[in-house]
Write a protein that binds this ligand. Structure first.
Ligand SMILES: [Mg+2]
Length: 250
């Protein structure tokens, strides 16, 4: 996979957050957001007519808190939350988890290798501190949500239970039907297994998939790490330059 040309002003940008815009941390709450990231994203968004969305497994409220004072369009909880107007606050979601979080929290109480992130409408069980516990973590989460309308997916050192039928590909397709995304070429950038749905959706819509970091991917293009993603975003063709420069052809 080769590095992508810079985004052009006629593109729509779909960006995963953890591992794509910021380096992964042992826990999602411990990520370090580069101080210039909110302004960089705002600048990139302005360059593409505000057609920039953060597509994350986090709640939109969590993304907002990390990128304050800026807010962006986006999909939270893999697409269970959608927002095309950054001024909107995501409506509270009906949780289908029905006490599964409390049950699981009690089961792993005192277990320092596993860490439960209860997102309300989704549950993530992290085992980053103990990679050998993958099978154990998956079994515990599956037991917790047995019989509920959720599906369990694997990410990087995490298993997550999320509402059934929701994925980042669906988020891209839904956002691409709405302004300011509609009519643009979607570029999807992500690092994890759950991003492959977004990458495939973007490519199926005539757009571009960009894989960040190691691992196999359906993407055509590749960037090494979040620092490379941020440098690539900074190179977006600015409106003032558009007349002088041919938009990048991919
Ligand atoms: Mg990620």
């Amino acid at each position: 996979m080769r590095p992508p040309p810079p985004p052009s002003i006629t593109d729509a940008l779909f960006l995963d957050f953890d591992g794509t815009l910021v380096e992964l941390a042992e826990r999602p709450s411990l990520v370090q957001v580069p101080p210039d990231l909110p302004a960089l994203l705002a600048c990139a968004a302005a360059s593409v007519g505000e057609a920039l969305a953060i597509v994350s497994g986090r709640r939109l409220a969590s993304i907002d808190a990390l990128l304050t004072p800026m807010r962006f369009s986006g999909a939270g909880l893999h697409g269970a939350e959608l927002r095309t107007d950054p001024r909107e606050t995501a409506p509270p979601l009906e949780s289908v988890l029905d006490g599964a979080g409390q049950w699981l929290a009690a089961r792993i109480d005192g277990d320092t290798a596993l860490w439960l992130e209860d997102k309300g409408a989704a549950l993530a069980l992290h085992y980053r501190g103990a990679p050998q516990r993958a099978d154990d973590a998956e079994r515990l989460l599956r037991d917790a949500v047995a019989g509920l309308e959720v599906e369990v997916i694997a990410g990087k050192y995490v298993f997550e239970a999320r509402p059934r039928g929701v994925d980042k590909g669906g988020a891209v397709r839904a956002l691409m039907q709405r302004p300011p995304f509609a009519g643009r070429r979607p570029l999807y950038v992500g690092d994890d297994a759950t991003d492959e749905d977004g990458i495939r959706a973007a490519q199926a819509l005539g757009g571009v998939g960009i894989k960040v970091g190691e691992g196999s991917s359906a993407a055509t293009f590749h960037l090494d790490n979040p620092a490379a993603v941020r440098a690539w975003l900074a190179a977006v063709v600015k409106p003032g330059q558009a007349a002088a420069e041919e938009p990048a052809q991919i």
